[in-house]
Structures are given as structure tokens and as C-alpha cells.
Design a protein around this ligand. Structure first.
Ligand code: NAP
Length: 207
């Protein structure tokens, strides 16, 4: 890896130099470098929202292991502590309060959002978080011309819009589709993230 002013570069053998890496070489903002027979390309910078959640933690670690530069949004810095080896930049903010997100997308190539209410009980609604929180992030991304945004919705969402949570998620998905940047909407089924708790309860003879 090579470090430049404010950027980290990844070396590529020109034989394997395709896709995102090739695009990056042409980027006027963060151009790649030719170094002898090799090409060095700035690392892709990813912002992940919902980084402190069940899915988010896996994504953060996976991104880091694949060589991405990772910025994580958290509303409580202490919750990022277990992930600090995998996070290059911690941004403390509250997705539902746009003023706290100012500048969050500066220098970012990809936003990934797994932000949403699952079990949190903090008085906010799905519309506040799953819709408006994500919309506030999207507005920041558009303001900084971030080229890509990935959003985690939920399985079978098209058929479940009568549910408040799905309505909020898909309202955001509709706005993302209309926003004009490259986007991916993932609609996963259950993660069974509560299974460990059930296991612990069973082990302690609670069940
Ligand atoms: N779990 C599933 O089985 C499942 C299945 C399909 C789709 N999904 C969707 O996938 C996404 C990730 O799911 P998950 O299970 O990883 O959820 P999770 O563990 O509850 O994580 C949710 C994330 O959103 C953040 N968040 C929640 N409310 C917030 C608020 N008011 N302000 C700021 N941040 C807030 C949480 O931050 P804090 O840590 O600070 O609370 C956390 O980082 C969600 O959108 C969920 O609806 C989940």
C-alpha cells in the first residue's frame, strides 16, 4: 500500500486492472498513479450507516478485510469500540438530525446503509428512522456527488407495504431509485440474529 496526501493507494497488476479500479484511474478527483509497471489506485472509501447493528458489524469487518477504507456512522461512539480495528474513520452523528450529518459523505465512493429500527425503543417511528434517517443520508450523498448507494430493505417488500416498517423502508427505496445515482437495494429475509439469545435462554433453563 502507498500513502499519498489524504489518500491510501492499492497497487494493481495491470493484468487484473478492471472494473472499479479501471474507473478510478480515470477519476478526475482521485486519479490513480502509474508506478513503473504497476498502477496504484486510491482505495474505495465506504461509509456505512447502521455499523453498530447486527448486519452492519459483519459488513464493516468484511469491507476492511477486502481492502476498503471504512467510515462508520454511530450515534454512540462507545458502540464502535469493538470494531475499531476495522474502522478508519468514526463519524458520530444522529441520522434523524440532518445537522449532525453535515460532511459525512465527503470523499466517499459508496454509501451502505443498514440503518433501521428493529428492536430499538427510543420513541422514534419507522418513518423517522427507516425513511427520514436514510433520506437525510441520501441528501448528504447527493450533495457530495457520491456515485453509489446500497440500501438494505426487507424480503418481499413489494407485497408487504401495508406494514408500517415496510412502508417506511420502501418509501426510501423509491426515493433512492429516483435519485439518479447508482444504487443497489438488498431485500434479505430474516438474519435469525436472535437465535443466540434463545440459545442462552435455553441453556439457562429459562425456556
Ligand atoms: N434482522 C433481520 O432479520 C432483518 C431481516 C431483513 C432486513 N433487515 C433490515 O436490515 C437492516 C439491518 O438489520 P439488523 O438486524 O442489523 O438491525 P440492528 O441490529 O437493529 O441495527 C440497526 C442499526 O440502525 C441503527 N439505528 C437504529 N435506530 C436508530 C436511530 N434512531 N438513530 C440512529 N441509528 C439508529 C442502530 O444503531 P444503534 O446501535 O445506535 O442502535 C444500528 O446500527 C435493518 O434496516 C433491518 O430492518 C433485518
Amino acid at each position: 500500500m502507498i500513502r499519498g496526501p489524504g489518500l491510501e493507494y492499492e497497487r494493481y497488476d495491470p493484468v487484473f486492472f478492471t472494473g472499479d479500479a479501471a474507473d478510478s484511474l480515470r477519476s478526475p478527483e482521485r486519479p490513480g498513479l502509474m508506478l513503473g509497471g504497476e498502477i496504484a489506485v486510491p482505495k474505495q472509501r465506504v461509509l456505512i450507516a447502521g455499523a453498530t447493528g447486527y448486519l452492519g458489524k459483519f459488513i464493516v469487518k468484511e469491507l476492511k478485510s477486502r481492502g476498503y477504507w471504512v467510515r462508520a456512522l454511530a450515534r454512540d461512539a462507545r458502540k464502535i469500540e469493538p470494531l475499531k480495528q476495522s474502522v478508519d474513520d468514526l463519524f458520530v452523528g444522529q441520522a434523524t438530525q440532518p445537522v449532525t450529518l453535515s460532511g459525512i459523505c465527503k470523499g466517499i465512493d459508496i454509501v451502505i446503509s443498514c440503518l433501521g429500527i428493529t428492536r430499538q425503543k427510543d420513541g422514534l417511528t419507522y418513518m423517522d428512522v427507516d425513511y427520514q434517517g436514510n433520506k437525510n443520508l441520501l441528501d448528504e450523498a447527493l450533495g457530495e456527488n457520491v456515485p453509489r448507494f446500497m440500501y438494505i430493505s426487507v424480503f418481499n417488500a413489494d407485497r408487504l407495504r401495508h406494514l408500517e416498517i415496510v412502508r417506511a423502508k420502501e418509501k426510501f427505496a423509491d426515493e433512492l431509485k429516483a435519485a439518479g445515482l447508482d444504487h443497489i437495494i438488498v431485500r434479505p429475509n430474516g438474519f435469525f440474529s436472535d437465535m443466540q439469545e434463545f440459545f442462552n435462554m435455553a441453556r439457562s433453563n429459562f425456556l
